[in-house]
Design a protein around this ligand. Structure first.
Ligand code: GUN
Length: 291
């Protein structure tokens, strides 16, 4: 049996339509226009594409988009000064500094400078702690997008065994918190995990976030399992012509789709959910800031 393909692109489009409705109501009923400031330092091509998409989609749902493009040689002090200015700007309800930042800047200092009330990435220690104890506030964007897709596919997640492959602060750890809240049984696997294939074979839900192209093979998947692929890896594609590349996830999609119950593709699966959830977090912070 072939798996259902989880269409994150269309789910995200639908979510953005609902967000646009929220924005319109915040404007009409409370006089608030949510504003999102996105800061990029330097010219990393992948980051530039992400930041442009974020700014475009922010404007499309009716929010105000503030985009700051700083030169590669920006000092840490200059970036921290901008963050402080945005913290104090009433028109700004969300602040995102695109990572990675150039090497002269300490990313931890940048994250700690962002006011938790405007931290739409959910990177600050205060917001990470709130997620852990279940208090309202922004939630890490990619894990939140994964959770929405899982709920849409499976309804209640209670009692299911979720195996998260990858333990990053950006995806693995917050994913663990969110799925624990849903009453899943969680295993977090990583580069030192022994017999990874056997661990993954026990999963009702697999969240793959290791950043290794097609590492998770089809015969690692339990028949009928739900597989979310967070990986975005660019690999050579000589079949498309000399020097060409293509995007693949962390899961060997062609094999896994023959065994899984449902699986997200790359591209078009989890990726589009991340920006939509960033916008959802901006609604959350705008609403909380304005009581
Ligand atoms: N770089 C890659 N993903 C992200 C993200 O979700 N937020 C920020 N700030 N930087 C990133």
């Amino acid at each position: 049996m072939t798996a259902r393909i989880i269409d994150g692109k269309s789910y995200a489009e639908n979510l953005r339509t609902r967000i646009a409705g929220h924005v319109a109501r915040l404007k009409a009923e409370h006089g608030i226009t949510p504003g999102l400031a996105v800061v990029i330092v330097g010219h990393d091509p992948a980051s530039e594409i992400y930041v442009s998409s974020k700014a475009k989609q922010t404007a499309e749902v009716g929010m105000v988009s503030f985009k700051y493009e700083l030169p590669e040689d920006t000092s840490e002090a200059e970036l921290l000064e901008l963050v402080r200015r945005l913290n104090n700007d009433d028109q700004v309800h969300g602040i995102l500094v695109q990572m990675p930042v150039p090497k002269q800047i300490d990313p931890v200092k940048v994250i700690e400078a962002i006011a938790p009330s405007k931290d739409v990435d959910c990177f600050t220690p205060a917001n990470v702690g709130k997620v852990q104890i279940g208090l309202p506030g922004p939630v890490s964007c990619t894990p939140l997008g994964c959770l929405m897709l899982l709920r849409d596919q499976l309804g209640s997640l209670a009692g299911l065994h979720a195996v998260i492959v990858g333990r990053s602060n950006l995806v693995g750890k917050p994913m663990m918190q969110l799925l624990l809240r849903e009453n899943c049984t969680i295993t977090v696997a990583h580069s030192k995990t022994r017999d990874l294939a056997d661990v993954v074979r026990r999963a009702d839900i697999v969240v793959a976030a290791v950043g290794r192209p097609e590492m998770i093979k089809g015969d690692w998947i339990k028949p009928g399992a739900t597989v979310l692929d967070v990986g975005v890896n660019r690999i050579p594609a000589p079949e498309r012509g000399e020097g060409k590349t293509r995007l693949v996830g962390d899961v060997a999609f062609a094999e896994a789709k023959e065994i899984a119950g449902a699986i997200s593709p790359v591209p078009g699966g989890v990726g589009p959910m991340t920006i939509a959830c960033l916008l959802a977090n901006t609604i959350t912070t705008a609403s909380l800031i304005n009581g």
